[in-house]
Design a protein. Sequence first.
Length: 116
Amino acid sequence: NAKALAAPVWEDITTVMDIGIMLGAAVAAGLAGRFAPSLKIPTRSLIAAVIGGLLLGYGSRLAYGCNIGAYFSGIASGSVHGWLWLVAAFAGNAVGVRIRPFFFAGERRPAVLTGC
């Protein structure tokens, strides 16, 4: 790990891929005429994003890196923890769907159908 931390950022393939994904998304949005960055983020939405990010990070730490991988590898290996992950995911989604209107009240966007 010390060697990886001492190396330049551009030598880490994961970092290069992450930056490439973000730049690619920005270029694609620009070419489609839909690139419109805005810093007008409602406070509740910002709070929801921070809480969600922290919970995802915590879940990744509990799963030793990848929470979805913990589910799939747990099910594939016949372990109980994969099935417990599934139950917890459903419970978390049920709670999230119920509290979502609190964080995103008044942010309805009209549905836009686009073709590929």
